[in-house]
Design a protein around this ligand. Structure first.
Ligand code: KIV
Ligand code: ZN
Length: 512
């Protein structure tokens, strides 16, 4: 057993399964690069067989990531495994991640398979994968609700076939730390060849215990890989949060006695990138990455921290990257400085034309806003890549009038398949009028299920970042827009959500 804890990030796969969190290839690449800067050990890039889009994302990520292992999820069948193997061909270090459900409930109701059939399918799929890849992970879906003896037989069989990591998910977030820790421990004790693999934990947060359960699986169960996501992104209540698990192990090294290879100063930039890309806002009191995580409001606390920081702080804000939010560029910065900053932020653009589009947007923004922060640059890069990739709808301009006592009016110009469209409407407020103006032309009929505004960099001079969530025929998408004028940011967010609605491809869900 090693005393290194492997950090397996699944933001781009399990995190993306969160309704509305779907990401484009460019967005995934940007996040993958940030994950590499964060020095995660494994990046689960997607589920190659679930759609052509996912296949290409895994392939693209496998081509650019050099240090981390790049992983693709597969159901336990030869076709899925072949798709993963194919997508991972460019990877320096690739891993196929095979899963099949092992709980009585899932086997009977979902798979309609007997336990013996499941065991055989697990065995055969690992055998097949082993012919093409040496790094293989096997996950027993709904593992925590499985019969321990049966699960032990499955684990023993897949280890014999060459699995190198075994993951025992708490797929539905049902576990309790003590019980989960003991479950992993008993399982490892029951499996005769358990020392041949790395054991992994993968916990969902339905009862708010994903991090606690994962840590119990490590401390008491002997797991040495934790599967987690940035900001705890994931279906329903989300997955185990990477930043919390990493900082717990680092801050309480005295207790866990484990090393993690993470560059913690990249945690906050990663959190901000994932939040602005998906539109999932981080709650202010979220541990480590929430805006208030290091803010001391009470006089007694402030006094204590000023006298000795460790009176009330167990971690340093700068150690998790809070000082990364510095003024980086201004009105007079040139293209070289802009390009350098993009490079430092890990943003790679396809062509000089894309850089130029982003630079022009930066200049426009710098005319309206004195200081440009990293978050501003990331927001405009997101917009520029959607312009460059010819999304269906694009923002051009907006004017709105709102005087106390009169009904606000908005007039918007936007592009639809490259043609300029002009539309106007009145509404309950300027935001309402702008979105109604867009809808008066597009007639998507989608339901607006969430609207939220966030200040990108904390002051009134900041850009507003708006998230709009639309629901249409059971599909949910998030659109994000940023601008110093929040009415414009709202219109951009609405158009971005419409783009996602019109482009989203059907996928096979991992937990179908
Ligand atoms: O939660 C789960 O069981 C999963 C598996 C597919 C690994 O995400
Ligand atoms: Zn999961």
């Amino acid at each position: 057993m090693t005393d290194k804890l492997v950090i397996f990030d699944t933001t781009l796969r399990d995190g993306e399964q969160s309704p509305g969190a779907s990401m484009t290839q460019d967005e995934k690449l940007r996040i993958a690069r940030q994950l590499e800067r964060l020095k995660v050990d494994v990046i689960e890039a997607g589920f190659a067989a679930s759609s052509n889009g996912d296949f290409h994302c895994v392939q693209a990520i496998a081509s650019v990531i050099k240090d981390a292992v790049v992983c693709s999820l597969s159901r336990a069948n030869d076709r899925d495994v072949s798709r993963s193997v194919e997508a991972l061909k460019p990877a320096r270090h690739g891993r196929v991640h095979i899963f099949i459900a092992t709980s009585p409930l899932h086997m009977e109701k979902k798979l309609r398979m007997s336990p013996e059939e499941v065991l055989e399918q697990a065995r055969l799929s690992v055998r097949f994968a082993r012919q093409h890849m040496s790094d293989i992970e096997f996950s027993a879906e709904d593992g925590y609700r499985s019969d321990l003896d049966f699960l032990a037989r499955v684990c023993e069989a897949v280890i014999k076939e060459g699995t190198t990591t075994i993951n025992i998910p708490d797929t539905v977030g049902y576990a309790i730390p003590e019980l989960y820790g003991n479950f992993i421990k008993s399982l490892r004790e029951k499996v005769p060849n358990s020392d041949k693999v790395v054991w992994s934990v993968h916990c969902h947060n339905d009862l708010g215990m994903a991090v606690a359960n994962s840590l119990a699986g490590v401390k008491f169960g002997g797991a040495r890989q934790v599967e987690c996501t940035i900001n705890g992104l994931g279906e329903r209540a989300g997955n185990c949060s990477l930043e919390e698990v990493v900082m717990a192990v680092k801050t309480r090294r005295d207790y866990f006695g484990l090393d993690v290879g993470i560059d913690t100063t990249q945690i906050v930039p990663a959190s901000k990138l994932v939040s602005s890309t998906t539109g999932f806002v981080v709650q202010p009191n979220k541990a480590v990455v929430g805006a208030n995580a290091f803010a001391h409001a009470s006089g007694i606390h402030q006094d204590g921290v000023l006298k000795a920081r460790n009176t009330y702080e167990i971690m340093r804000a700068q150690d998790v990257g809070w000082n990364a939010n510095k003024i980086v560029l201004g009105k007079l910065s040139g293209r070289t400085a802009f390009k350098q900053r993009l490079h430092d932020l890990g943003v790679v653009m396809d062509s000089d034309a894309d850089v130029m589009t982003a630079f022009m947007k930066f200049k426009e923004l710098a005319d309206r806003k004195k200081d440009i922060f990293d978050e501003d640059i990331l927001a405009l890069v997101g917009e520029s890549s959607s312009t460059a990739h010819k999304e269906r709808y694009g923002f051009v301009s907006l004017s709105h009038q709102s005087t106390t006592g009169t009904q606000p009016h908005a007039e918007i110009v936007f592009t639809e398949d490259g043609t300029e469209v002009r539309a106007a409407a009145v509404g309950n407020g300027s935001v309402d009028a702008s979105l109604k103006a867009i809808e008066s032309h597009v007639k998507s009929g989608a339901e607006l299920v969430l609207y939220s505004v966030n200040a990108i960099s904390g002051s009134t001079e900041s850009q507003g970042e708006v998230t709009v969530r639309l629901q249409d025929s059971g599909r949910i998408v998030n659109g994000v827009g940023a601008d110093p004028d929040i009415i414009v940011a709202s219109a951009k967010a609405y158009l971005s959500a419409l783009n996602k609605l019109s482009s989203q491809v059907e996928r096979i869900p991992a937990q179908g």
